[in-house]
Design a protein around this ligand. Structure first.
Ligand code: RNT
Ligand code: ZN
Length: 411
């Protein structure tokens, strides 16, 4: 590491080597669904549940072999510790009904994860299914529908336990349901009461809490479900603290002017941990690729300031079908890492001290001053150490991959 860069940061009390070490330990869970437009391997028809991918860039991964080939490529360019975030629709081998998934359908993923030293996280898939009746799953008025999804969720938690045991690291099982209504509801209480009851039934399966954390993901609205979302933030925040599960904050699931980063410190005062789907909403929950923008930086800053890097689950969640999907995964993941690095290179002690002294002029001056510190030099060093290519190199390599592999795939 260039000694002048180190000295520049040392003036602010920042140890660059320590920052790099901390970053190398932070786990990012890469969402496999960016690579295939959330299709999965079940052939379950079009995407439903109020989410949508837009674009028709060639080269979508159509099966396990193609998807893992794309992952092989992406992983080369993403520094740091990684997990893969799976959905139940990525079951492999002979497809079984979603309610009946077992570890067997995920063995191929475990082998892949072992080979690449990855962890695995799990998500039951409660969308893109004929059992999503009138847009409702766990909150459906029909007991058969609820029971079907309860079974699916319990089996997904079991798959998570299997991941954790095999890979010797904790696995997150995150429950997101699309349930909601297009127009003004006659009854808001009933569906929420049924959702509470379904979740209680899921949690009556006593999973090993040393292996698995269960999280619940709230949302504000979806396409076609604009007026009411059963699993709102208030619903899950209360449910999670009462039942000792984690809240998952998807950064695209709040009102557009709400600051999601501001929620982190409050959540961590009352909860042992927290989970994330880091996304980028553009005017709505559009799931654009992460940019290194102020919103992302704010989230990374709060995670570092709250000392939460080793306890929070950081998963990515976006899906852009209008550009090279492998590049999309790499760009977003590298931006997440960059934001964390910048946060780790920030003199929070000095900033907090100035705030507590009421010296707000100093706070503002310092906040602006640190923006021009040479974090890119540290980033290059980090990528070198991690054997992840530099900015100029990775993009060229992905273009070659596109030419040789992706462009040959038919739609
Ligand atoms: C949808 C949620 C959910 C999905 C993925 C595929 O709005 O964000 O997390 O995006 O699980
Ligand atoms: Zn999400």
């Amino acid at each position: 590491m260039n000694p002048t860069i180190k000295a520049t940061y040392a003036k602010y009390g920042i140890d660059v080597d320590k920052a790099i070490k901390q970053l190398a330990k932070a786990k990012i869970s890469l969402h496999v669904w960016q690579l295939d437009d959330v299709n999965g391997f079940e052939n379950c028809g079009s995407l439903s549940g109020g989410i949508q991918t837009t674009g028709s860039y060639p080269g979508r991964a159509r099966n396990f072999n193609e998807l893992t080939a794309d992952l092989d490529e992406a992983l080369k360019y993403i520094p740091g510790k990684k997990k893969l975030n799976l959905h139940a629709i990525y079951q492999t081998g002979k497809v079984v009904d979603r309610a009946n998934i077992t570890p067997k359908q995920f063995e191929a993923w475990v082998s892949y994860a072992k080979k690449h030293h990855l962890g695995l996280d799990m998500n039951p898939t409660l969308f893109s299914s004929p059992m999503l009746v009138d847009g409702l799953s766990l909150s459906s008025p029909d007991k058969k529908v609820r029971d079907y999804w309860i079974k699916h969720c319990i089996n997904s938690i079991k798959v998570s336990e299997y991941f954790a045991k095999e890979l010797k690291q904790k696995s997150l099982c995150n429950i997101w349901i699309p349930d909601g209504l297009k127009d003004v509801p006659s009854d808001r209480f009933g569906p929420r009461k049924r959702l509470e009851d379904s979740l209680n039934k899921i949690l009556s399966y006593k999973y090993n809490r040393n292996l698995v954390d269960v999280s619940v993901e709230s949302k504000v609205f979806g396409i076609g479900v604009e007026s009411y979302t059963v699993g709102s933030h208030e619903f899950y925040m209360n449910y999670a603290s009462k039942h000792n599960v984690l809240c998952l904050l998807d950064t695209g699931h709040f009102h557009p002017t709400e600051n999601v980063a501001d929620k982190i410190s409050s959540m961590l005062i009352f909860n042992p941990s927290l989970a994330f789907h880091v996304s980028r909403p553009v005017r709505w929950d559009s799931d654009h690729v992460l940019r290194l923008n102020d919103d992302l930086q704010d989230v990374a800053n709060e995670l570092v300031k709250c000392n939460a890097l080793d306890k929070a689950y950081i998963g990515l969640d976006y899906f852009d079908a209008s550009i090279n999907r492998v590049a999309a995964l790499v760009i977003g993941a590298r931006n997440m890492e960059k934001a964390l690095l910048i946060a780790l290179l920030t003199p929070w002690n000095l900033l907090k001290e100035a705030q507590d002294k009421g010296d707000f002029t100093r706070v503002l001056a310092l906040q602006e001053e640190i923006k021009t510190l040479p974090w890119q030099e540290v980033w290059n060093e980090y990528c070198l150490k991690e054997k992840a290519s530099s900015e100029e190199v990775w993009f060229k390599k992905i273009l070659q991959y596109e030419k040789q592999i992706l462009s040959k795939r038919s739609k």
